[in-house]
Design a binder for this molecule. Structure first.
Ligand SMILES: Nc1ncnc2c1ncn2[C@@H]1O[C@H](COP(=O)(O)OP(=O)(O)OP(=O)(O)O)[C@@H](O)[C@H]1O
Ligand SMILES: [Mg+2]
Length: 326
């Protein structure tokens, strides 16, 4: 097995903020790997360290065996990073931006056919001679992707590549990223669209407050974290004032007429639940069941670990990841 990305005991602080707290990670060559986590979890910090843009306080990171800080040039040749932030020199055209980036890797006009192919694949050909400042956000994001690929790096890292991108372009980007993966590139992806991660990634790490709280194939994450939970959403004829004690441990949400339960597949019986409700004099008008998905795993491992459950006072705070544990 060839390892593309090897991270050992990686730590990074910003003043009192612990952005990464001793991360270990191995991504295999050719793998499609997802890095998930709430805002402020440390995802971009990790990616910026892999890109050589930020220096870790402790630990090491290697790309295709090259240590990113000690052996920066070799490591940098092996990795293409699409950053989360849209930063460009506004005075260059799209094609110029790509040619300049090519030049950083010692590539001259012989690389032009590849740059044209990238422009074509990312539907930027008609914008090639447009100045960066005249592009929309979604177009700039696509230029960032092309820029990351000018030197055909074996490892491609995408930090929220579909943020602020419309549905049509998002689908186009997914096709393109799938193609890169099919051609043998190792992909490391962060996204807040969990359904994207669920459909694309082979293994997933969930980062929370600078630590990896789960790392496994998505199938095993679903099975081990939630053990085949089934969500049941019940709508009652009248608002619920109390939940029958026999169901108390299974309540995910209880609000107005709606009662949501987490049932364990095999162990809990929906018929029993219906009997308990009937015995309590509760009349149902609707029932809906659904299997747990990656979003449930994510909520359980991040907010759930902090004592929040969905519907029981979600933090609803963009900066919650910045809280420091004592
Ligand atoms: N340059 C910096 N200076 C100070 N603090 C920083 C800096 N960069 C990141 N941080 C802090 O480090 C923590 C991790 O930030 P990071 O950007 O890695 O999170 P993230 O997981 O990428 O979040 P998001 O989903 O919002 O992109 C946060 O608390 C953030 O405020
Ligand atoms: Mg980020």
């Amino acid at each position: 097995m060839t390892v593309s990305v090897q991270v050992d005991r990686l730590s990074k602080r910003y003043g009192a903020t612990v952005a990464l707290d001793g991360i270990d990670l191995q991504i295999r060559q050719g793998e499609f790997f997802g890095l998930l986590g709430p805002n402020g979890a440390g995802k971009s910090t990790l990616i910026n360290i892999l890109a050589g843009l930020v220096r870790a306080d402790a630990g090491t990171a290697r790309i295709m065996g090259h240590e990113v800080w000690a052996d920066y040039r070799r490591a940098r040749r092996c990795i293409g990073v699409v950053p989360q932030e849209l930063v460009f020199d506004p005075f260059f055209t799209v094609r110029e931006v790509l040619r300049i980036q090519s030049g950083y890797f010692g590539l001259g006009r012989e690389n032009d056919p590849w740059l044209e192919e990238l422009l074509h694949e990312l539907h930027l050909a008609d914008k090639a001679d447009t100045n960066m400042r005249a592009l929309s956000g979604g177009m700039k994001r696509r230029v960032l992707i092309a820029q990351a690929l000018v030197h055909r790096p074996p490892v491609v890292v995408l930090d929220e590549p579909t943020a602020g991108v419309d549905v049509e372009i998002r689908n186009l980007l997914w096709q393109f990223i799938r193609r890169l993966h099919a051609e043998g590139h190792t992909i490391l992806l962060t996204t807040h669209y969990l359904e994207e991660a669920e459909s694309m990634c082979q293994r997933i790490a969930i980062l929370d407050r600078g630590r990896i709280v789960a790392l496994d194939s998505k199938e095993r994450l679903l099975a081990s974290t939630l053990g085949g939970l089934v969500h049941v959403r019940l709508t009652c004829a009248t608002p619920l004032t109390t939940v029958p004690p026999a169901l108390a441990g299974k309540v995910r949400r209880c609000e107005g007429n709606v009662l949501e339960l987490d049932l364990e597949q095999g162990a809990d019986s929906i018929l029993e639940v219906l009997e308990i409700l009937r015995d309590a004099g509760i009349t149902l008008t609707d029932l809906h069941t659904e299997r747990a998905d990656l979003e449930d795993v994510f909520m359980e491992l991040t907010y759930g670990r902090r004592g929040y459950r969905q519907g029981s006072g979600s933090p609803g705070n963009e900066n919650h990841g910045e809280e420091q544990s004592p």
